[in-house]
Design a protein around this ligand. Structure first.
Ligand code: CA
Length: 498
């Protein structure tokens, strides 16, 4: 390992599923390529089993910074505020000689701390002519970080502006000290407002459908099967058909006049995917500009470059859009890393890693130890192709329901290389001033060895009785080890051993 501390360029987009990165060779790779993101893997490593511990934006971001599960850092849902004084890896790097910066999506509902420079979007921000919050921000005067019209307004397209701000900061850096730059794109979060220069890509292309767009969900437990945001209008509350056929939809309304249910689903799928991929294209071009800059500066090989997303994304699989579930499309974070001094070009890493491991890993590359409070561990050695003998082969996951917002039921579970066990424990569905409705409790088990797409819940199959027993034991152990004790959720404990 090199003694010189590397620069770190951490590029994170919002809601970019691995299926929409051609290096992952999904069904979409035949019609859509991300050559610049792929370059990171071609000259570095492609990680195939990186997972988030809670598949939703704000909580995943808090976990990445703190190295802690949501129930420990307190950011369980989109509504929770991170303590701005928590221990985070950028703060530790800043204290130890790194120049630190974050540009773009922050989404943590608290003051930005730990950075020499920041320029972040208030809340979700806008795709066009966005506002940014910088060091001049009076944080005490910001009533709600959800308000997008706060700070300084800029003209242009958000992905381009974020890229240019990153390049400007790099240009002005102190060349004698290492840097850690977080380039956090808003794209491709919905609604997918692409730049007009991408309007006609994919015009003549038919986007391949996943077979599971037409999945019969009767195999599922009652805990999940009637919930989640669909492509089709099967979910009357939230669906791509419903949202995209609104007259004010930003990229133009989907015309569903005269279409039957299947035709509506097909049309919504095509529009959803095309708008999404056009938005991703902007991110890929941004990555290209950043790589080119590092190359021109002669520091490409001195910089650890990471590309990831805060969680995965359903792109029609299981007739879902959005994220939140433990199912793989949302659970998996794309993760590609380039650092030729340690990471072999073209390597594929299939070790099981989760976002609690990011902070310890980045600190490790910077020559720093993680704090006692950080729950993950460094995968620097795994990235170099050496999995430590005691490396865990499983992750613990938990999604907390956000009242009156989306309708994915709360659940927790365990994913190993071979299996996934999920418990939908049931919580009030809504609290809009009416008596709360409970979502039903239910268990699911997937045998990923022969059912990697999770199309056949085998929880009730007698052939899996022993495996269920063993995984339940492991799940309870992992939950306890993670410090997730549920004292404030007595109803969960009651149902836990159903
Ligand atoms: Ca997200």
């Amino acid at each position: 390992m090199s003694n010189k501390r590397p620069n770190i360029l951490f590029i994170m987009s919002d809601d970019h599923g691995a299926n929409a990165i051609s290096a992952y060779k999904s069904r979409l790779a035949s019609v859509f390529e991300t050559p610049n993101i792929d370059r990171i893997a071609n000259e570095g490593a492609l990680f195939k089993n990186v997972y988030c511990t809670n598949a939703i934006c704000t909580p995943s971001r808090a976990t990445i910074l703190t190295g802690q599960y949501s129930h420990i850092n307190g950011v369980k849902t989109l509504a929770d505020k991170m303590d701005p004084d928590s221990d985070t890896y950028p703060k530790m790097m800043q204290k130890n000689g790194y120049q630190t910066a974050v540009v773009g999506k922050w989404h943590l509902h608290c003051e930005v701390k730990g950075f020499d420079y920041y320029d972040v979007l208030p809340g979700q921000g806008f795709y066009f002519d966005p506002y940014f919050l910088d060091k001049d921000t009076d944080w005490g005067a910001i009533e709600s970080i959800h308000m997008r019209e706060r700070g300084k307004r800029h003209t242009g397209y958000v992905t381009d502006i974020i890229t240019e701000k990153c390049l400007d900061w790099l240009e002005k850096r102190d060349k004698e000290r290492p840097f850690m730059l977080m380039c956090h794109h808003k794209a491709p979060h919905d609604d997918f407002e692409y730049h007009p220069r991408y309007e006609h890509i994919l015009d003549t292309v038919e986007i391949p459908e996943p077979d599971s767009l037409w999945e019969d969900k009767s195999h599922r437990s009652i805990g999940s099967r009637d919930y989640g945001t669909t492509v089709s209008d099967k979910n009357k509350r939230r669906s791509a058909v419903k949202r995209m056929s609104r007259q004010d939809y930003p990229t133009g309304p989907l015309d569903i006049k005269g279409l039957d249910e299947k035709e509506r689903t097909k049309a919504a799928y095509q529009k959803y995917l095309k708008d999404y991929l056009r938005t991703v294209k902007g991110v890929d071009d941004s990555v290209g500009r950043l790589l080119d800059y590092l190359e021109q500066e002669g520091i490409l090989d001195d910089t650890l470059i990471i590309y990831t997303s805060d969680q995965g994304m359903f792109l029609g699989e299981h007739d879902y859009i959005d994220k939140r579930w433990i199912y793989d499309e949302a659970l998996q974070m794309p993760f590609l890393a380039r650092y030729p001094k340690e990471i072999k070009a073209g390597s594929v890493i299939d070790d099981i890693i989760s976002n609690i491991d990011f902070a310890p890993t980045l600190l490790d590359y910077a020559g720093l130890d993680k704090t006692d409070g950080m729950q993950g561990r460094s995968f620097r050695s795994n990235a170099a192709g050496n999995q430590p003998a005691d490396w865990p082969n499983r992750i613990y996951y938990r999604y907390w329901m956000h009242m009156a917002h989306h309708d994915n039921p709360a659940h927790y579970g365990i994913r190993t290389k071979d299996f996934k066990l999920i418990f939908f424990y049931g919580l009030p569905l809504d609290s809009n001033g009416v008596l709360p409705e409970l979502t039903p409790a239910g268990w699911e088990l997937y045998d990923l060895r022969n059912d990697p797409r999770e199309l056949n819940n085998v929880y009730n199959d007698p052939g899996y009785r022993e495996i269920v027993r063993e995984l339940k034991k492991q799940l309870v152990e992992m939950k306890k080890d993670a410090g997730d004790e549920d004292e404030e959720y007595p109803e969960v404990l009651k149902r836990q051993l159903l």
